[in-house]
Ligand binder design. Structure first.
Ligand SMILES: [Zn+2]
Length: 228
């Protein structure tokens, strides 16, 4: 199962999934912080995927409870779909049919539709049914989690080690190293001989004879597992 990333870099859950007070709220609400971008902070794609719906042009504080306001819906791999809702009017950077990458800017947070204060309504669907986003979404090292949220909810933390084990066979998919320098591609299978989780990189080596020869250090997002 692919791992979704929280769509905001500052993560504060202001309303959980189907709580006692709001049993019909099949999503989480994410708040904002003055020190982390304010109430129109950037919203990012939770994973690679294809945009299947964009709604824009809706005003703030609409009265109808059925009006979600401005939104972006993305279809991901593994039957997962996400939506980010109540986006700032006119801020949406993608259109229906666009292929997006994890972390790509989608829009800005705000208060459009049936909403009474800026926040991001984030929902996750698995195989057509709404599921609890916190069971499918991970926070990364480059994100900040509100301490209260961390106390109250069991948020999943992303670690690169989850996806890659030492000596996994891999292929580089983007030919830049961790310093952003482009590299020459070789049509070879490489092996991870060292993981550097703190800087999200791995050392790749090629087998020569029965020895691993170091080839490059790559951002772990730029390598792809090869099945046996
Ligand atoms: Zn909500």
């Amino acid at each position: 199962m692919i791992k979704l990333k929280y769509p905001l870099n500052y993560i504060a859950i202001t309303s959980g999934y189907k709580t006692e007070n709001r049993p019909n709220h099949a999503a989480i609400d994410l708040g904002w912080n003055r020190n982390y971008g304010g109430n129109d902070v950037l919203v990012y794609a939770p994973q690679d995927g294809k945009v299947t719906l964009v709604v824009d042009g809706k005003d703030n504080n609409l009265n109808s409870a059925t009006d979600a306001g401005n939104l972006v819906k993305i279809q991901h791999k593994d039957k997962l779909t996400t939506r980010v809702i109540h986006l700032k009017k006119g801020s949406i950077k993608v259109k229906t049919g666009d292929v997006v990458q994890k972390g790509q800017i989608l829009a800005r947070m705000n208060n459009s539709g049936y909403s009474f204060g800026p926040h991001l309504h984030y929902d996750v669907w698995f195989d057509g049914l709404k599921v609890n986003p916190i069971l499918y979404t991970y926070y990364y090292d480059d994100q900040v989690v509100n301490p209260e949220t961390l106390k109250k909810y069991k948020l999943l933390k992303y670690t690169p080690d989850d996806n890659l084990k030492l000596y996994d066979k891999v292929l580089p998919i983007k030919l830049v190293n961790w310093q952003g320098k482009s590299l020459i591609q070789y049509d070879k299978v490489y092996y991870i001989t060292k993981l550097e989780p703190k800087r999200n990189t791995a050392v790749l080596s090629a087998l020569r004879g029965n020895k691993y020869k170091v080839w490059a250090r790559l951002d772990i997002n730029n390598i792809k597992k090869v099945s046996d």
